[in-house]
Design a protein around this ligand. Structure first.
Ligand SMILES: [Zn+2]
Length: 419
């Protein structure tokens, strides 16, 4: 029942003893950059850790750090001459980066991470920034507890701990609580009065160095809160959405945007923190009219000088992705990017994260393999300026080595064993 991020691609099948030459990836994280990696605010969500300087991600079984200034993906490994093979590519791999998931974050010159011990209990470990010298720092109490998402604010790690309340195969009941881990002492405390009796009903929706917005989703109602890290107090706020839509903070204006899904409608709102009011920025009819079909997925990409960029997925005859710019005058412009991806037969999947200059995103190629749905994904980058000016300059950041089901692929993302 573990859910690590929104992409559920199924378990990877070990590909056995296969020798293959993997690309000469970019080298190690440069020494002069190591101290500067990380920030006062970091988010772990969607399987990645987003910092102000870059993001950590796991692709094809290898942990990478993607540097925002160069868009290079650097394996988190310090072994000389290492070929950075994943466990699927080489069962005996000794590469530091060959770990599952990417629940790591830099803190005071170290790389901290969450992993599981042999009994499946969560533990916090510490290593050098390059992934070497890994040591367990703290076993997090309760067995069967898991951490899905979290944020790091200054010297604390705030995370949602989900564990069985009734641990009985037939009648499993879950409880989620908000905890704070002091990253200097590794002492964990539970924050008062916040719990949710549903395994995935406690959602962190995003925030800034000062606050985090989260939702508690119950059968009858969904409640929203703003957590202040300093006081550890949560104040209830009113948002119009399902409880899963992430927010896009507008730090200069002390507000945030969200593309809400509620009662079958999609609306774009701006929530003003001081006045505690929601302002409707773009209504359902306009979003639908521009999408031109039945919308089955949508999200905000980010904010650029010209306005707010969002994408929608429609499904009428077949699936289609479209991207739009909502400018400051309320005008909507369709962007051709989802139709201009660098590899033929692929489609836009989702945004990974956005910076002031551009956005990182996944695109995917779907295919069928032995009767199963399978896919490969690329991580790519485009600058806002190129995106809104329709220049379709897209840089591949990480190319796939294998499919979600663990089949090795060639440089074009096609399975090597010929399908
Ligand atoms: Zn390596």
């Amino acid at each position: 029942m573990k859910k690590r991020g929104k992409r559920q691609f199924g378990s990877r099948i070990l590909a056995g003893m296969i020798v293959l030459s993997v690309c000469g990836c970019a080298g190690r994280i440069p020494q002069e950059k190591r101290a500067a990696i990380g920030s006062d605010y970091m988010e772990i969500y969607g399987g990645n850790t987003i910092t102000r300087t870059g993001y950590f991600t796991n692709a094809s079984g290898i942990l990478y750090y993607v540097d925002f200034t160069t868009q290079d993906a650097i394996p988190v490994c310090n072994k000389p001459d290492c070929r950075h093979l994943s466990k699927a590519e080489d069962a005996d791999t000794e590469c530091d980066a060959a770990i599952d998931g990417a629940r790591v974050f830099p803190y005071k010159g170290k790389l901290l991470g969450i992993s599981e011990d042999s009994k499946g209990n969560e533990e916090i470990y510490s290593s050098d920034i390059d992934g070497s010298n890994r040591k367990v720092k703290k076993k997090l109490e309760s067995s069967n507890m898991f951490i899905n998402e979290g944020v790091i604010a200054k010297d604390s790690f705030f995370y949602v701990a989900t564990m069985p309340e009734v641990d009985d195969q037939e009648n499993m009941k879950w409880i989620s609580v908000l905890k704070k881990l002091n990253l200097d002492t590794f002492e964990a405390t539970q924050l008062d009065s916040v719990e949710c009796k549903d395994a995935l009903g406690f959602q962190l929706l995003g925030g800034t160095e000062e606050y985090q917005i989260y939702s508690l989703i119950n059968d009858n109602e969904t409640l929203f809160y703003k957590l202040d890290y300093e006081s550890c107090e949560s104040e209830q706020i009113e948002l119009f959405q399902s409880g899963y839509e992430r927010i896009l903070p507008e730090e200069n204006e002390n507000s945030f945007y969200y593309l809400s899904i509620e009662g079958g409608e999609r609306n774009l709102y701006q929530y003003d923190i001081d006045s505690r009011k929601n302002k409707l920025c773009l209504e359902n009819e306009k979003i639908l009219e521009n999408a031109g079909g039945n919308i089955v997925g949508s999200d905000l990409c980010g904010k650029c000088q010209e306005g707010i960029v969002y994408w929608v997925r429609t499904w009428t005859e077949e699936r289609e992705e479209k991207m739009f710019l909502l400018d400051h005058n309320g005008k909507i412009q369709e962007l051709s990017m989802p139709q201009q991806l660098p590899v033929a037969g692929t489609h836009f999947y989702d945004v990974i994260c956005a910076t002031e200059k551009g956005m990182y995103f996944w695109y995917l190629k779907d295919f069928e393999s032995n009767g199963f749905q399978d896919n490969v994904d690329w991580q790519a980058y485009t600058e806002w300026e190129d995106l809104v000016n329709e220049k379709s300059v897209i840089k591949n950041v990480i190319k796939p080595h294998m499919t979600a089901m663990g089949e090795l692929v060639d440089e074009n993302g096609n399975p090597i064993n010929g399908q």
